[in-house]
Write a protein that binds this ligand. Structure first.
Ligand code: DSN
Length: 412
């Protein structure tokens, strides 16, 4: 029986979400559109299979096919990131990948040093609300008054706190990471070094962001952001750490791997290995920089003044409207973003003084430099008229006219 006939309620909701993704302009920096092939692999019979363990060492029979699938995913992941030594493709998410690294590398109470959440870091980098901040002693570095990570400040904290692990990577940091410099700091204080490259993994794969491989003991990522695969995670480690990492993923944290998602990861890695992926990643950055330039010209304050990667952080600290107001106004204009805290945030995390904007999804549907400038102008128009319903609806019409000309892969 088809989904439509068996469960029309869920079917209709999926159709509504499909239309939303097609008609609105998706600018959430951590989202993307997967290809038809990735989508297809995700919806297959592989969802029926239990495969606890690793290829060749499973706790279930009938794994001869999924063993090959997982081996392909691992091989392609290692090819995609030169310098990587070993990988586990089973983490269900980036959060699970980070938790696995901590479980493998730390003892309860060990010190973890990561970027502060309100300065662009992630919950799993030691937030008190997350297990990483409850099980371990988390301390944080911050960005400077220009919104940039100051390595002297990181070194000072590392020397004072003697962390067991230093975490690099962020959810809302628009600049590049200097992993070689972090390695020097980690070596000086005897710390392990983790790169959570979830946001910029696709840029690393395209050789457009410094690679963490060769510098970091562990590298984690999601697979669905700039890498443009299915929702999921994976974790890399130096060869010497792989046994511990594998045990941390299973049985440490997870049970059966999601083999349908692992198949889709393999498909996405195959796509990212194609030379055309570099062109996509280049456009992601070019579009972000064109949007940043236009927004600054229109008087919008950007944390750090611009971007080197796929995202920018708009700072409304000195405005009457909040991040939540801006998110809602942009939503009414057909532009989807997320409110975000900014450095030295004065408002609550539910309100915030910022909005994060990213270009991975709009670039996937083919929008280029001309459209990026146009869209940035609309964003500035929305902010200037955030309480004027007529202006928001007028812009919504323009947004939908634009998105109508750029089909979404797999949706049309
Ligand atoms: N929620 C993701 C993001 O939006 O960056 C990180 O987990």
């Amino acid at each position: 029986m088809t989904l439509r006939s068996q469960d029309p309620e869920i079917f209709d909701l999926i159709m509504r979400e499909r239309a939303r993704q097609r008609d609105d302009l998706e600018l959430i920096a951590s989202e993307n559109y997967v290809s038809q092939a990735v989508m297809e692999a995700t919806g297959t019979v592989l969802t029926n299979k239990y495969a606890e363990g690793l290829p060749g060492k499973r706790y279930y029979g009938g794994c001869e096919v999924v063993d090959v699938v997982e081996d392909l995913a691992r091989t392609r992941a290692l090819r995609l990131f030169p310098g990587s030594e070993g990988v586990n493709v089973q983490p269900h998410s980036g959060a699970q990948a980070n938790a696995a690294v901590y479980l493998a590398a730390l003892k309860a109470g060990d010190t973890l040093l990561g970027l502060d959440l309100s300065n662009g870091g992630h919950l799993t980098h030691g937030s008190s609300a997350n297990s990483s901040g409850k099980l371990y002693r988390a301390v944080h570095y911050r960005v400077n008054e220009r919104g940039i990570i100051d390595l002297d400040h990181v070194r000072d904290i590392a020397r004072a706190e003697k962390p067991r692990i230093i975490v690099t990577g962020a959810s809302a940091y628009p600049r590049l990471w200097d992993f070689a410099a972090f390695r020097t700091i980690a070596d000086e204080v005897g710390a392990l070094l983790l790169a959570d490259m979830a946001h910029f993994a696709g840029l690393v794969a395209a050789d457009l962001h410094p690679t963490p491989f060769g510098h970091c003991d562990y590298v984690t990522t999601t697979t669905h952001k700039t890498l443009r695969g299915p929702r999921g995670g994976m974790a890399f480690a130096r060869e010497a750490h792989m046994k511990g990492l594998n045990s941390a993923v299973f049985p440490g944290l997870q049970g059966g791997p999601l083999m349908h998602v692992i198949a889709a990861k393999a498909v996405a890695f195959g796509e990212a290995l194609d030379p055309s992926f570099r062109g996509y990643a280049r456009s992601v950055i070019d579009n972000a920089q064109a949007m940043a330039t236009t927004l600054v010209e229109r008087g919008v304050t950007l944390v750090s003044g611009g971007t080197d990667n796929h995202l920018m952080l708009l700072d409304f600290s000195d405005k009457s409207y909040s991040g939540r107001d801006a998110e809602q106004a942009l939503g009414r204009a057909g532009i989807t973003v997320n409110k975000n805290t900014v450095p030295n945030e004065k408002r609550s995390p539910f309100v915030t003084s910022g909005v994060r904007i990213g270009t991975p999804a709009m670039t996937t549907r083919g929008l280029g430099l001309g459209e990026a400038v146009l869209v940035a102008g609309w964003i500035a128009d929305v902010l200037d008229n955030w309480q004027d319903e007529g202006s928001l609806l007028r812009i919504r019409g323009q947004v939908h006219e634009l998105t109508g000309r750029f089909p979404v892969p797999g949706i049309g």
